[in-house]
Design a protein around this ligand. Structure first.
Ligand code: FES
Length: 205
């Protein structure tokens, strides 16, 4: 995986991304176009599929587009944890260990992921496939323990679920996001069990 030294030295938005950037900027009055800064940082990061981060070259480009100082842009990019300034893996596994998830086994899921991937939290596997992070509440407390991988949430996790999800991603197989015990939203497990049983004979273990 390229590091910040070997990352491409130039950046411009490709047509589809440029179109989306234009739409984001158009949401604000011309004098307030800097309000589109997070959207553009996110777009740059999504375009940079080799590094999954906002490279220095992308920062330069966005600073020019939005007429914003590099320092101000750096302050914004470094404040938000979903914006990466250093390369990360194809799959960013973010395990929540804030209180509700911690009480439901979040720490042991991190330990399991560390063992399975052969890395510690905040590290990336040597093949560039996974970056593991321990994160604060991701807003899925009612379905704890939860983790986020890229844009998807995985909830009501057991160690077995995490193992399966990581194995499938490593093998390029599809994974199903959402509640791993097939709860609808955050409805009570018992209610889920009853309604699911009625609907499909599914049994919550
Ligand atoms: S504490 Fe883990 S999602 Fe809120």
């Amino acid at each position: 995986m390229p590091d910040s030294k070997t990352a491409p030295k130039s950046f411009s938005f490709r047509a589809a991304f440029a179109e989306r950037a234009k739409k984001e900027i158009a949401k604000y009055p011309p004098k307030r176009k800097q309000s589109a800064v997070l959207a553009l940082l996110d777009l740059a990061q999504r375009q940079n599929t080799e590094t999954n981060c906002v490279t220095d070259a992308a920062m330069e480009n966005i600073a020019k587009i939005l007429d914003i100082s590099r320092m101000r842009l750096e302050e914004i990019a470094s404040f938000y944890t979903m914006i990466h300034r250093k390369p990360i893996g194809k799959y960013h596994v973010q395990c929540c260990t804030t209180t509700p998830c911690m009480l439901r086994g979040g720490d042991s899921l991190v330990a399991l992921a560390e063992k399975k991937l052969g890395i510690r939290a905040n590290e990336t596997t040597s093949d560039g496939l996974f970056t593991l992070s321990r994160v604060e509440c991701i807003g899925a407390c009612a379905n704890a323990p939860a983790m986020q991988i890229n844009d998807d949430f995985y909830e009501d996790l057991s160690e077995k679920h995490v193992e399966n999800i990581l194995d499938n991603l490593a093998a390029g197989k599809p994974v199903t996001a959402g509640s791993q015990i097939k709860r609808r939203g955050a409805e009570p497990v018992q209610h889920s069990e009853t309604s699911l049983n009625k609907r499909s004979g599914y049994k919550v273990s």
